[in-house]
Design a binder for this molecule. Sequence first.
Ligand SMILES: C[S@@+](CC[C@H](N)C(=O)[O-])C[C@H]1O[C@@H](n2cnc3c(N)ncnc32)[C@H](O)[C@@H]1O
Length: 273
Amino acid sequence: MTPPGTTGTTGAGAVPGGSVVLVGGGPGAADLLTLRAWRALASADVVVTDRLGPVDVLADLPPDVEVVDVGKRPGHHPVPQHEIDAILVEHALRGRRVVRLKGGDPFVYGRGGEEVLACRAAGVPVEVVPGVSSALSVPALAGIPLTHRGTVGAFLVVNGHDPLDAVALAAVRDRTATLVILMGVSMLNEITDQAVTAGADVATPVAVVESGSTRHQRVTRATLGTLARRAADVGVRAPAVVVVGDVAAEGLLTPAGATRPAARPAPAPEPAR
Ligand SMILES: C[S@@+](CC[C@H](N)C(=O)[O-])C[C@H]1O[C@@H](n2cnc3c(N)ncnc32)[C@H](O)[C@@H]1O
């Protein structure tokens, strides 16, 4: 595999002997991997990978690179974190260059900190290659700016597993920050109920962006009042980023007075042969 702009030889940052590099792979599209990430992959002996992120690049690794899949997927038991830590350390102690490929950024809900600690505790050199986090990139890919002059000047990233805390609820209620929720698809009812009960306007715009950067990317717009119903109607599925706040309004980046481009007509069917 030859990363763009390199010769495909050993990465400049390679350390002698075994090592672990936590590589943030971005939201999924291979061209959202950084050059440093490509270099780390090009010099790997072992790639320990998740389900999310740029998994397509794995098919292009040289055949002698071992790929260990520790990702969660339906019908596939996730590998517990302590076992992932042990896999990284074991391979590195055998003198191998290990890439731990993760979706987004390793330190944004990625358990990267635990993996760094495990390596350091075992005396294994470890480095982190930051990635393009879905928290920022997936809204951007859907044309949603997290801050927008004159609309909102801050954003807050939270996880949807836990109930929204007082800071997040105040941000939504007072419209002082855009709320970006990861891992929130199964909790959409609870999230909207909580926000409305805390005093947020039911008309607050919400966007759900599924599978950002992939060919399955889809954007669903709603409000706090309509989100749960709308998401059920269209069958919203993980992975998705939920954006709550005025920047999620559909017409935000439509110039005043501009009309929406007409939908392109469907291509004519091919003539029968
Ligand atoms: C365990 S967190 C990992 C986040 C990751 N470290 C990052 O920085 O993007 C997984 C969550 O990230 C979000 N996510 C990751 N990739 C995504 C994508 N391509 N499209 C939409 N959401 C995504 C979803 O909310 C998903 O449930």
